[in-house]
Design a protein around this ligand. Structure first.
Ligand SMILES: NC(=O)c1ccc[n+]([C@@H]2O[C@H](COP(=O)([O-])OP(=O)(O)OC[C@H]3O[C@@H](n4cnc5c(N)ncnc54)[C@H](O)[C@@H]3O)[C@@H](O)[C@H]2O)c1
Length: 256
């Protein structure tokens, strides 16, 4: 029997891992509401994916704003007739500073964009998933969702908090057939990885990139497509018995 068409929301979709996820979902026939605060990348993605089996709707919005999140979840439900999943990817790195030298505003903004965004996405999408008889949540953590890291305190805290939120969602909504996962990439070949290398090694980004690759067992950073493949499996295919799980894709970094 053919699988019913899934309707999903993806944040942070304009580039990097988010764009890779949208490409895979549309090619598989899922309908996607692709959200980002950057309209240019969204438009390019929509044009690129015209004619794929799944429809791609783009929404320029701030994933950390309650009114924006409520509006795009409602839009997805109206446009496609329901919501089956949400993949929360939007994130920022924030300042590279030791705690005592970090700004209060910087802390608040990182928590708002990285943690509150996923909280809002779950809060507004879950009732729609319950109405559909089930669904899936994939939140994007990091190697830093379960390891400490100098200079990235707020980012680190924002990703650790997502682990707790995701596990709680899994416990609260398993009875509604809703699965919840936290996908934890190590370094991935995206703009954020370049920004990370520059943040840790401002005088020599190339050397920073080499150090990030060398900190894995595989000796290289991940292709965002590989991470997207696992994320799409979690969103569309994982069995009901799999939920509340943290899934690292970090080239063996967390095995060291
Ligand atoms: N790249 C890495 O090395 C790495 C490592 C570990 C975890 N991650 C995580 O993987 C995910 C994807 O990262 P990436 O490397 O593709 O990042 P990226 O910086 O390349 O892309 C992030 C996207 O999120 C969007 N975004 C940021 N703030 C937003 C907001 N308030 N509202 C809507 N959109 C917003 C950006 O415009 C951008 O398109 C993130 O959650 C990141 O924390 C990345």
């Amino acid at each position: 029997m053919a699988q019913a068409t899934k309707n999903v929301i993806v944040t942070g979709a304009a580039r990097g891992m988010g764009a890779a996820v949208v490409r895979k979902l549309a090619k598989r026939g899922a309908n996607v509401v692709a959200v980002d605060r950057e309209p240019k990348g969204l438009k390019a993605l929509k044009d690129e994916l015209a004619g794929q089996p799944g429809a791609v709707e783009t929404v320029t919005a701030d994933a950390g704003s309650a009114s924006d999140v409520k509006a795009y979840v409602e839009h997805a439900a109206k446009r496609f007739g329901g919501v089956d999943g949400i993949f929360n990817i939007a994130a920022i790195l924030g300042e590279f500073r030791p705690i005592a030298e970090s700004s209060n505003e910087g802390f608040d903004e990182v928590i708002r964009v990285n943690t509150k965004s996923a909280w809002l996405g779950m809060k507004y999408a879950i009732p729609h998933m319950i109405a559909r008889g089930g669904g899936a949540i994939v939140n994007t953590g990091s190697y830093l969702a379960w390891h400490g890291c100098e200079l990235l305190g707020p980012y680190n805290a924002s990703k650790h908090a997502l682990v707790g939120l995701t596990k709680t969602a899994a416990l609260e909504y398993a009875k509604h057939n809703i699965r919840a996962f936290i996908l934890c990439p190590g370094s991935m070949d995206t703009q954020m990885n370049i920004d990370t290398a520059a943040g840790f090694n401002p005088k020599n980004t190339e050397e920073g990139l080499r150090q990030l690759a060398a900190s894995t067992a595989t000796g290289r950073v991940a292709d965002p497509n590989d991470v997207a493949t696992v994320g799409c499996f979690l969103l569309l295919d994982a069995p009901l018995q799999m939920t509340g799980t943290l899934i690292p894709i970090d080239g063996g970094r967390s095995a060291m």
